[in-house]
Design a protein around this ligand. Structure first.
Ligand code: COA
Length: 177
């Protein structure tokens, strides 16, 4: 059984940046819904990753990484609001497990870890969106996420191929025992 550890990372060094870049590229090219349309190269993903790294350094986002036997197995991003009225919740972005590791329960480990990091940061609620038609809302339902709305046509995968975006919210209760 591999050892899976989820931690929040405050600073991204060059090695971690390369690992994140390879993971995000591979997940996208395997069909993952993480902000791009495949195919992509690392050069396509790098500017978006570097913007995340910049926001992490500013404390506007928190990076949560999954390590499996020491190697990067996936990650997610918690996007914090700058508004004093919205400091009790965050948006979860880019949830991903590397394709070679998917389907082994590690997505559950990652999302549970994201919730622990969020609770430890004093957050009470998490928001996230999934692409309509992906079926991912079923994955998130087990963590307490419920749908509160859909934005028609929010995601343009290609000209003439617009998808709705499903908005989900979960209250962070006590950790599941
Ligand atoms: C979504 C993702 C993080 C799940 O990680 P994973 O390691 O494959 O998931 P797990 O093995 O922990 O699966 C947990 C459960 O969720 C279900 N599940 C996994 N992916 C699912 C999907 N796309 N749709 C519906 N259910 C899904 C599994 O069947 C499993 O159910 P079970 O416990 O009844 O067997 C991973 O598949 C991934 O990285 N996908 C590509 C990126 C992506 O689209 N991210 C979503 C951004 S919103």
């Amino acid at each position: 059984m591999p050892s899976a550890v989820v931690t929040a990372v405050d600073a991204v060094d060059a090695r971690l940046r390369e690992e994140l870049l390879a993971c995000w590229t591979d997940v996208t090219n395997a069909g993952g819904a993480v902000g791009f349309v495949p195919p992509v190269t690392p050069d396509d993903v790098a500017p978006v990753l570097d913007a995340v790294v910049g926001r992490v350094a500013l404390g506007r986002e928190r990076l949560v990484v999954l390590r499996v036997d020491g190697e990067l197995g996936g990650f997610a991003v918690l996007s914090l609001s700058m508004s004093p009225l919205r400091r009790h919740w965050a948006t979860v972005l880019r949830v991903q497990v590397h394709p070679r590791l998917q389907g082994r329960g590690l997505g559950r480990v990652l999302v549970s870890g994201v919730h622990e990091v969020a609770r430890a940061s004093g957050l009470e609620m998490l928001h996230l969106t999934v692409r309509g038609g992906s079926g991912l809302e079923r994955f998130y339902a087990r963590f307490g996420y419920r749908e509160f709305g859909r934005m028609p046509g929010a995601i343009r995968l290609a000209p003439g191929d617009d998808r709705e975006e499903i908005h989900l919210v979960a209250r962070l209760g006590e950790p599941a025992s």
